[in-house]
Design a protein around this ligand. Structure first.
Ligand SMILES: C[S@@+](CC[C@H](N)C(=O)[O-])C[C@H]1O[C@@H](n2cnc3c(N)ncnc32)[C@H](O)[C@@H]1O
Length: 199
């Protein structure tokens, strides 16, 4: 079965848990990681990797010394990711919930990551989970690190990401279907006192 057919079938069955009818295009995948300095990145985490279009774009650019942690909750997608990327020495595919990121990293002796690349349907998360998730992101992201988030609704969620990060930049990718883009987010806001009201 093609990646597209598999993805569409999952979307029809699981809706907002998958959040997209098709995998990201190569253009969107490249745009999503367009701000990474590959010579400096030591640890990159990808969350909600699906069938791996962004993973492939990472694999094309990443240096052999950079550790790449790939996460996906869906068992079928995780099996595809293991098959496609599991034999790379610096890649590790982890089937599980991205909200367990802190544990996933600490189990592997990682306390900070340089880039978090997210394909997660964050706007569909229940509000409390959204805030909890960004608290975890804040706790593991390096001071100069970035949180990169794909979106299929261009510009619409700027407000959401600005609630969680001081710096948010949107890059538009018209060649994706539908036209889409990515947010490059830096400097997480302090959420320790409960943080902003999630949207
Ligand atoms: C919009 S798709 C993006 C897939 C892929 N990154 C791409 O760009 O084509 C969202 C993906 O996130 C996964 N996902 C949703 N919630 C998750 C969670 N809590 N933890 C890990 N993966 C999750 C879904 O199974 C799905 O593969």
């Amino acid at each position: 079965m093609s990646d597209f057919a598999l993805f569409l079938g999952k979307f029809l069955r699981h809706g907002t848990k998958i959040a997209s009818v098709a995998p990201s295009s190569p253009w969107l995948s490249k745009a999503t990681i367009g701000n990474i300095d590959w010579t400096k990145a030591r640890v990159i985490v990808e969350l909600g990797a699906g069938t791996g279009p962004i993973t492939r774009a990472i694999a094309e650019r990443v240096q052999p010394g950079t550790r790449v942690i790939i996460n996906e909750r869906d068992a079928d997608f995780a099996a595809i990711l293991r098959d496609r990327f599991g034999n790379r020495a610096n890649f590790e595919v982890i089937e599980g919930d991205a909200c367990d990121l802190a544990t996933i990293l600490s189990d592997r002796g990682i306390d900070q990551v340089d880039h978090i690349i997210s394909g997660l349907p964050v706007p569909s998360f229940p509000k409390e989970l959204q805030a909890k998730f960004f608290r975890v992101v804040q706790s593991v992201l390096a001071p100069e690190g970035t949180y990169n988030q794909i979106t299929e609704i261009a510009w619409y969620y700027q407000r959401l990401y600005r609630k969680y990060f001081h710096d948010v930049q949107f890059v538009f990718e018209p060649r994706n279907f539908p036209p889409a883009g990515a947010y490059y987010c830096q400097r997480p806001k302090d959420l320790s006192d409960g943080g902003p009201n999630p949207v």
